[in-house]
Design a protein around this ligand. Structure first.
Ligand SMILES: *[C@@H]1O[C@H](CO)[C@@H](O)[C@H](O)[C@H]1NC(C)=O
Length: 330
């Protein structure tokens, strides 16, 4: 709105000058200068596909992952390495494809936001960041063919506008396998498809698939008295791809995304413990400009439900309900 108002003002003042100019040469000069100036101002104020609006902040991403994401030593390391590597490569051979897996509320959405915020000035509000949700965008399986055509057109149109586009697919496990199949060409190593290169785009898939297996591994470590930080990617990696394949309800099951190694990184998110929920609550208070209060954070964390029933180690909803709980306690 603000940008539009400024432009209106600019337009009127230019028109005013023109109306009051009779000399044709002066008019031509005013029109020319005005057009150039107008374009410059517009580009300055209005988001476009230039480095002013799209510039990767590696230190920003690292600092954010360090200070805002809790209990995810594996995910945070992979994400940083993957995004750093991709963004510093001027000539990537394929788009970056990340598949984020884990229990609800463990930070998958949050991490996608952090990535977007450290690439696009406008963050998640950027017109180059696109979020698709199975239930919202593709709810009726009877319309599959329409959805396929639409999604392909969206990806194509947006990447044509800006090579550095980002596509986030939420609830990937609820997407129809056919729909996933339809985007495969864009994830691949092609130099160009119909004259368009997709190699600078970023695709992020979010799903709960594999979440239960990740929980089981984390619980095994806990039961053996081993530190959570000892869990390594290799303890989880095969689990993720196996469960993604074996889950009957998983949209990834029939799609050969994994076969073809189109996914560059599988990123596991561990279930969150009490202490992480406390950290989330403290961070949220700080983000709201409040003095972080340990007592309040403990109160919030105690309010949540933990599983499994006997051990009560992991928060059922992760850090998901922290915000509304905080509204209640502060
Ligand atoms: C870009 O994607 C959005 C959906 O996020 C869609 O509505 C829009 O039409 C696409 N733009 C083009 C040029 O295809």
């Amino acid at each position: 709105m603000k940008v539009a108002h400024l432009f209106l003002l600019y337009f009127y003042s230019t028109a005013f000058v023109l109306v009051n100019t009779i000399d044709p040469i002066t008019t031509t000069v005013v029109v020319g200068v005005s057009a150039t100036l107008g374009r410059t101002i517009w580009n300055y104020l209005h988001e476009n596909c230039n480095p002013k609006w799209i510039a990767f902040n590696a230190t920003g991403l690292e600092a954010d992952l360090e200070s805002k994401l809790f209990g995810q030593h594996i995910a945070s390391r992979i994400i940083l390495k993957a995004v750093n590597g991709f963004m510093s490569n001027d000539n990537p051979k394929k788009p970056l494809v990340l598949s984020l897996h884990g229990w609800t509320g463990t930070g998958k959405n949050f991490v996608s936001n952090l990535i977007a915020e450290n690439i696009y000035k406008e963050g998640m509000d950027s017109s180059f960041v696109h979020v698709f949700t199975a239930e919202l965008h593709f709810p009726h399986s009877s319309q599959l063919d329409t959805y396929k055509a639409q999604l392909q057109q969206w990806i194509k149109g947006n990447v044509t506008n800006c090579a550095r586009s980002m596509f986030i697919f939420d609830e990937m496990d609820k997407m129809h396998p056919g729909l996933i199949d339809s985007i495969k060409p864009y994830l691949d190593y092609y130099e160009k498809l119909d004259g368009i290169s997709y190699r600078k785009a970023i695709f992020i898939f979010l799903s709960n698939a594999g979440g239960e297996d990740i929980v089981r591994t984390a619980l095994d470590f806990w039961n053996e008295g081993r530190a959570r930080e000892e869990i390594e990617l290799k303890d989880l990696e095969t689990l993720i791809s196996l469960s993604v394949f074996n889950n009957k309800n998983s949209g990834l099951r029939h799609a050969s995304l994994i076969d073809k190694h189109l996914v560059d990184f599988f990123v596991p998110f561990l279930p969150l413990e009490y202490r992480h929920v406390v950290q989330c609550a403290m961070a949220e208070m700080k983000a709201r400009g409040l003095q972080p209060d340990q007592n309040v954070a403990d109160q919030v964390a105690r309010d949540l439900v933990y599983f499994p029933k006997s051990e009560r180690v992991f928060s059922v909803k992760g850090c998901k309900t922290i915000q509304s709980k905080l509204d209640y306690y502060t």
